[in-house]
Design a protein around this ligand. Structure first.
Ligand code: S3P
Length: 178
């Protein structure tokens, strides 16, 4: 089984995927990290040197590669925009158990104010402009995120609690505590 985590920037995909991986002993792949490795460049470098369209094409290519790995079980942490482009959400749903980590605009804003630099879509926005940008952007993207097979509300929940929800939702085998 492939478990794919989707959600807006700052929704905790990377963090939850690592937490979950420890509980159920599945390997994690982070799509942004894989794209970076492929090019030997950071995501901001790829955006600034090659442009967003190039990034989206590579993102799709690497997504398809991972989703089409046969007979392998792993967790795939996707980029915030991955489900939104091309027919990606259809491939994600056809080939994985997709989980949307849903967070409120206020929590996303709080987190992203502290982590703008590595995210080219928001790095150059003034802090004051961030809440409105996130609200509008999330509204546009919700159509895609909402197509995930499962949705988990994450506000005010610990990573442990969110992982437990995923384990129950997918009826996964929980490894005994060390
Ligand atoms: C993006 C989200 C980023 C990264 C890129 C574009 C987006 O991933 O893929 O900066 O379009 O929302 P995170 O969601 O891990 O920040």
């Amino acid at each position: 089984m492939i478990i794919s985590l989707i959600g807006y920037m700052g929704s905790g995909k990377s963090h939850i995927s690592k937490n979950l991986s420890e509980k159920i002993n599945l390997q994690v792949f982070d799509l942004d990290h894989e794209i970076s490795l492929n090019f030997g460049k950071t995501i901001p470098e790829i955006f600034s040197e090659k442009g967003e369209i190039f990034f989206r094409k590579e993102e799709k290519k690497i997504l398809e590669e991972f989703l089409n790995k046969k007979n392998q079980d792993f967790i795939l942490s996707l980029g915030g925009g991955t489900p939104v482009y091309y027919n990606n959400i259809e491939s994600i749903n056809a080939l994985s158990e997709s989980i949307y980590l849903r967070s409120s605009v206020s929590i996303l804003t709080e987190r992203l104010l502290l982590q703008k630099e590595n995210r080219p879509l928001i790095a150059n926005l003034d802090d004051e402009a961030l809440p409105e940008f996130i609200a509008k952007h999330l509204f546009e993207r919700n159509v895609f995120y909402a197509q995930a097979k499962h949705v988990i509300d994450t506000d005010h929940k610990t990573p442990d609690a969110i992982s437990e929800e995923i384990i129950n939702l997918l009826q996964l085998r929980h490894l005994p505590e060390k």
